[in-house]
Design a protein around this ligand. Structure first.
Ligand SMILES: *Cc1c(COP(=O)(O)O)cnc(C)c1O
Ligand code: SF4
Length: 349
């Protein structure tokens, strides 16, 4: 057995297995995990320093998951947008393909927490056949985004087969994998896996880090290995109350990601998923944080702050407003708050 498989096998999956110092009354959390599963592997567990810290909040269940005042079970309307099971076709030119219900750690804020890690997300081998057939018949789709669950929990053999089947469709130009494995179980990124992925270019990976403390030497090794195999790496961070909802933390995260060769791509406003309300921040807070980042740090380190519209209406960038007046000339504020003019007429000012 490989090291990553052993780590997965040694994961905590029952509240009673949590170390007592991490929760006052751990067994009371069983009411939560009966609905939303628990998995913390030993690697991610050792990143926790104390209860309430940003790593703990992402991984340890909370009774508040069961008492959301406002929530939507399938906030992105994914199930209504699925022409075949486990394939979400929302935008004309790209689809989301869900290939497994398993993750290396079950994030408490997960947008698909209604089904990830449970039997509600059963993925049959026949579903993949149907998805491949759909893609062959839908040539407008030029990109497949493979997600789940976490696709990198599939075995090397299954991944290779899946990628080869997608690559056999001439109209599929780009393959993108969404995975949290470089953050939550970097040991999964073996030289063999990275070489296998590198056979299916153009292949992109968007990973998911939320806090600078997740940027460990192991994570850096995993990302470096993927990058060395020619895979461009992006990051989709979720803005989470009590985890990363301030400019200083995100600045450190985004600059740290660049150092391990990952380009911040999206910063997501929390979805209206049931069981995640205690993580949600006001949109105004995210926009204010973006204003503290844009221009102040390398543009390479600044992601797009975006909201995924309820009901599957698409991702909407939420950008601070810099424009003051769009009359004859454009007047705007710069990142320092100074008023500036761009003469539209082309005449010198
Ligand atoms: C987010 C998403 C995509 C990808 O959107 P990008 O803006 O290209 O990253 C594609 N399909 C679905 C259903 C999505 O939710
Ligand atoms: S790794 Fe992704 S899919 Fe899995 S629980 Fe975390 S956010 Fe959800």
């Amino acid at each position: 057995m490989e090291q990553w498989q052993q780590l997965l096998r040694d994961s905590l999956t029952e509240p009673a297995q949590l170390p007592a110092h991490l929760c006052g009354d751990c067994t009371s959390l069983q009411t939560v995990t009966a609905t939303f599963p628990l998995r913390i592997n030993p690697y991610y567990l050792q990143l926790i320093e104390q209860p309430g810290d940003p790593i703990w909040r992402q991984a340890v269940p909370d009774l508040r998951e069961l008492s959301d005042p406002v929530c939507i079970s399938d906030p992105l309307g994914e199930e209504d947008l699925s022409p075949v099971p486990n394939l979400v076709h929302k935008y004309p030119d790209r689809v989301l393909l869900l290939v497994t219900n398993q993750c290396a750690m079950y994030c408490r804020f997960c947008t698909r927490k209604r089904k990830v890690g449970t039997s509600k997300m059963a993925i049959a081998p026949a579903d993949l056949d149907e998805a491949i057939r759909y893609l062959r018949q839908t040539p407008l789709v030029r990109e497949v985004l493979i997600s789940g669950g976490d696709p990198l929990l599939l075995s090397d053999e299954r991944l290779d087969k899946l990628l080869s089947r997608l690559r056999s469709i001439p109209t599929i130009e780009v393959i993108r994998i969404g995975t949290r494995v470089p953050c939550t179980l970097p040991q999964r990124v073996t030289p063999r896996l990275a070489a296998l992925l590198g056979k299916h270019h153009p292949l992109y990976i968007n990973t998911h880090f939320n806090h600078p403390r997740e940027l460990t030497p192991e994570a850096a090794r995993a990302c470096g290995l993927l990058a060395n195999n020619g895979i461009p790496l992006g990051c989709q961070t979720v803005l989470l109350k009590g985890v990363n909802d301030d400019a200083a933390t995100l600045r450190q995260l985004f600059l740290g990601l660049l150092k391990i060769r990952v380009r911040p791509y999206y910063l997501f406003q929390g979805d209206l998923t049931c069981g995640t309300n205690h993580f949600r921040t006001p949109t105004s807070q995210g926009i204010a944080i973006m204003r503290q980042l844009i221009g102040h740090i390398s543009g390479m380190a600044v992601p797009t702050f975006a909201l995924d519209s309820p009901g599957g209406k698409g991702k909407i960038p939420l950008t601070p407003n810099y424009i003051l007046d769009q009359g004859t000339d454009l007047s705007f504020r710069n990142y320092l708050g100074e008023t500036c003019i761009y003469p539209e007429s082309g005449d010198p000012i």
